[in-house]
Design a protein around this ligand. Structure first.
Ligand code: TRP
Length: 350
């Protein structure tokens, strides 16, 4: 994690930009963010970032989403299911309200000029800077693999993602802040060396809601505590039913001592817009059985319209492919233009 001082500064900067967008200046901003296509998006993604992207899209920010397929192989050695994961990710986005008329959706691997920025950008960072990135270190430790060149340098690749489309706002969780710092550094150093091509980049930090997994830990597919957007009502019910609570009958909201019960209450609260404590009081001696019923209903009600839209896209894979092809086409156009500016700034025009 970055130290507290730099976190405070980042938070302040994030608030300034949020205020500016709220004040009617959304047109000044280009958002770029994205996801690794390693599986289906879940409620943690939805409330943590997808909803936020839709909000920025509707506020009039120029919004762009990268499906980061090359990032899949930073810490794993297979691209199994990647095509299926990418198509399903597009379906998740569309179902959640990402509008392809307003938001460009594209993949790394389809945009060569974006990837080419990697070469000049790599020259702008040192080995020591790459090695001390705390998020990279944590990911390497979690993967159990040795540090690959791609894992070490993917924050630079992420700078390519953000800067090829002149992105200046990136909605991120705190774990991504070190990457935003890398991007800012690269933009600044490039501009200093070769002349101004790239904007100043701000991470948008404040607005996302952190929702725990069903066991109170971070929501993650690998923990089996995640409700995917694409789950059926029955699958949702089954997962909630299986979740671990505790032996105390009376339901109370106490995240510290009762992580399972409290995670369920938080989940219900977020889906109903109610205070988790109020839900706890209402259920009281009804116990975890009644709590689980309530949560299941709340989640299924909230996601019903989203899931219904998703089914329509599942039936129309051609449309999903069209959305991606159009996003990739546009991204190539933008990337070629930026790469040309980079060549000119560097004097590489022959
Ligand atoms: N690293 C992000 C994740 O793990 C995904 C991502 C790829 C991204 N490129 C990005 C996020 C650029 C923000 C900006 O989910």
């Amino acid at each position: 994690m970055p130290n507290e001082g730099s976190y405070e500064a980042a938070l302040k900067r994030s608030k300034q930009v949020e205020d500016d967008i709220a004040a009617g200046n959304a047109g000044k901003y280009t958002m770029l963010t994205g996801d690794r296509p390693t599986g289906r998006l879940h409620m943690g993604h939805y409330f943590g970032t997808i909803k936020e992207r839709v909000r920025l899209q509707e506020a009039g920010v120029n919004t762009n989403i990268i499906i980061a397929d090359y990032q899949v192989i930073t810490d794993r050695d297979t691209t199994e299911h990647i095509q299926d994961n990418v198509y399903n990710m597009v379906m998740d986005y569309l179902a959640c309200g990402i509008d392809p008329e307003k938001t460009m959706i594209f993949t790394h691997s389809a945009v060569p000029a974006e990837n080419q920025l990697m070469l000049p950008f790599l020259s702008l960072v040192t080995e020591a800077e790459l090695l001390r990135n705390p998020t990279v270190k944590a990911e390497q430790a979690a993967s159990g693999h040795s540090l690959t060149g791609l894992l070490l340098t993917y924050p630079v690749h992420q700078a390519c993602d953000i800067l090829f489309c002149k992105g200046n706002v990136v909605p991120v969780g705190r774990d991504q802040l070190p990457h935003i710092e890398v991007t800012s550094k690269i933009a600044r150093r490039f501009n200093e060396r070769y002349g101004k091509v790239f904007p100043e980049v701000t991470g948008l930090l404040g607005t996302a809601t952190l929702i725990p997994g069903l066991d109170g830990r971070k929501m993650s597919k690998s923990y089996g505590n995640a409700i995917s957007i694409s789950m059926t009502e029955q699958e949702t019910a089954k997962l909630i039913k299986k979740s671990k609570t505790d032996s105390e009958r009376n339901i109370t909201f106490d995240p510290e001592n009762r992580p399972g019960v409290s995670a369920l209450l938080t989940t219900a609260g977020i889906c109903t817009g109610r205070d988790p404590k109020e839900i706890a009081d209402e259920i009281g001696m009804g116990g975890s059985g009644q709590l689980k019923k309530y949560v299941t209903q709340a989640v299924n009600d909230y996601f019903a319209p989203i899931r219904e839209r998703r089914h329509q896209y599942e039936e129309d894979l051609d449309y999903v492919k069209d959305v991606l092809h159009e996003g990739n086409r546009k991204a190539n156009e933008i990337a070629q233009k930026t790469l040309q500016e980079v060549r000119e700034a560097m004097g590489m025009v022959y």
